[in-house]
Design a protein around this ligand. Structure first.
Ligand SMILES: [Zn+2]
Length: 527
């Protein structure tokens, strides 16, 4: 989600003035150590392997040195089976807990001026949910800004996930890019500045083709939100053929699947800049595409598979379309949503993604059907060997950083993924899509020590991963909250995830106290 293309191109000169507060110097986390042993944990390694354990995982500095099965499930672990702790080493008892690779959020905007969300707030919400790597699609606070945060995160001088910066195409260009030569010059400049890739919203076909080819030649990756303004002349299939490495959301895919039309059936009074129009009509798009498993549907899917193309659906960011009340009343808003962000979410004719002019039963039912067809495609893409990743696009449409990631996992589950397939999408496939699978994405010897540890089995209930945990009624009839990530480990540094979440809660409290703000529902008094 991001501003409509025409606005994006208009505001580039303002980027300098629209940056948010950078993260403060790191005060959190312990480590790394010369030797660090995580003891007795059950491992979900991210490759698709089933859980196994108990294992001891030995880390030296920030790399995995050894993964050793040390006993049988449910029995005491014999000391003789365990790797020895060396002098100056550190050990962490994780018996009964589950360990996964650090999560990758493939669509993570680092907040923005309009949302009033400082980087510390966004980073801590991510890290508190086990997200140790993000891709910033657009570099919305400016490329220099995000490259600086990326560097500080890589050096572990701030508490933040690893950052991959994909600059919005054309960002920083003095003139609007209207020729192939200008486009190629921009791509080379972007690579020279140190960006990891490009995020597109669409452009003229000749420019898209030349830009994607040049970008690929330089070894960079790319993402595209195929916005309606260009999609009639350049859809997902065009992009994939020209070398795009991942598609964001879903726009451009139904268009590639059209059989009895070449342009979406827009009502004649449609205006793209009226976001109620834009989102309402989008909800009728998948049913205009070829039927699931039809010849054309199969042909498009198989061609994308042949191109090793990544789909990053970001299901969660559209969920308010099929259930607005659910998204708006999510139980974490009161404690963890900053007042400025809440205001940004509220119905507005000017803010992006706040298109609730009139949103009710009819729109939600259309969107439920839209999801059904979309999820059918994504699940089958995975079944045929396609790479589907986990991205959130949080910070818009009532979706909160970190929490929305767990929701995205649940929505992949709803689409038909086995929980182990969900975790693989969140980890190994994210790392592959970024070209980082040598170091990240699975728990294997030689890779970096980025982990999520939780005191419960996340495969049984993905909701256990929410910062607020999952509701459990005990045998003695007491309601408790179970789960929430316990430790997030990045580069062998151990962060207390609940403490990070508490920092966020205090930031929100302080802002509320300062402004006297209370969360309201549209047209309803504060509560
Ligand atoms: Zn986005």
């Amino acid at each position: 989600m991001k501003l409509p293309v025409f606005i994006v191109s208009l505001i580039f000169p303002l980027f300098l003035f629209s940056q948010i507060q950078k993260a403060p110097e790191k005060k959190e986390g312990e480590g790394p150590w010369n030797q660090f042993i995580i003891r007795g944990v059950t491992l979900i390694n991210g490759t698709g392997a089933p859980p196994f354990g108990p294992v001891d995982i030995v880390i030296e500095k920030n790399r995995i040195k050894e993964i050793k099965v040390v006993g049988a499930p449910g029995l005491p672990i014999p000391a003789s089976a365990r790797p020895k702790l060396e002098e100056g080493g550190k050990e962490l008892n994780c018996e009964g807990m589950y360990l996964m690779p650090g999560f990758v959020d493939m669509h993570g905007h680092i907040g923005g001026k309009a949302q009033g969300t400082p980087a510390e707030y966004v980073f801590k919400l991510w890290m508190a949910h086990g997200i140790t790597t993000i891709r910033d699609p657009s570099a919305g606070n400016g490329l220099d800004w995000v490259l600086e945060e990326k560097k500080l995160s890589a050096e572990n001088k701030i508490t933040a996930p690893r950052i991959f910066a994909y600059t919005a195409f054309g960002q920083g260009s003095k003139d609007p890019i209207s020729t192939v030569d200008q486009a190629i010059a921009w791509v080379r400049d972007n690579a020279k500045k140190g960006a990891d890739g490009i995020k597109f919203f669409g452009a003229a076909p000749a420019i898209m083709k030349a830009t994607l080819e040049e970008n690929k030649k330089l070894g960079l990756r790319s993402a595209c939100h195929h916005a309606q303004l260009d999609v009639a002349r350049w859809n997902v299939l065009n992009s994939a053929r020209a070398g795009l490495t991942s598609m964001e959301h879903w726009y451009g895919l139904p268009e590639a699947l059209f059989e009895d039309k070449t342009i979406q059936s827009y009502p004649l009074n449609y205006n793209y800049n009226n976001e109620q129009n834009r989102f309402e009509e989008a909800g009728k798009l998948w049913k205009q595409a070829a039927k699931p498993y039809s010849d054309h549907w199969n042909k498009v899917m198989n061609e994308l598979l042949g191109l090793d193309f990544t789909i990053d659906p970001t299901f969660n960011i559209y969920e308010a379309n099929r259930d607005l009340m659910r998204a708006r009343r999510a139980e974490w808003h009161e404690q963890y949503t900053l007042p400025s962000l809440w205001k940004f979410y509220e119905p507005s004719r000017t803010a992006h993604g706040s298109y609730w002019h009139s949103w009710g039963t009819e729109q939600e039912i259309e969107w439920k059907e839209n999801y059904r067809l979309w999820m059918t495609f994504v699940n089958e893409y995975k079944n045929r060997g396609g790479r589907v990743t986990v991205g959130t696009d949080a910070g818009f449409i009532y979706e909160l950083y970190g929490f929305s990631y767990v929701r995205e996992l649940e929505l992949l589950r709803e689409a038909g993924f086995h929980p182990l397939e969900v975790i693989r999408s969140a980890t190994l496939y994210g790392a592959q899509a970024l070209g980082q699978e040598k170091d990240l994405g699975s728990v294997e010897v030689g890779k970096l020590a980025d982990f999520v540890i939780i005191d419960a089995n996340p495969l049984e209930n993905l909701q256990l991963l929410y910062g607020v945990g999952a509701i459990v009624l005990t045998d003695s009839n007491t309601v408790i909250r179970k789960g929430g990530v316990k430790w997030t480990i990045k580069d062998g540094i151990v962060y207390d995830a609940k403490k990070l979440l508490e920092d966020v809660r205090q930031m929100v409290e302080a802002e509320k106290a300062k402004t006297g703000f209370k969360i309201t529902q549209p047209g309803v008094k504060a509560f």
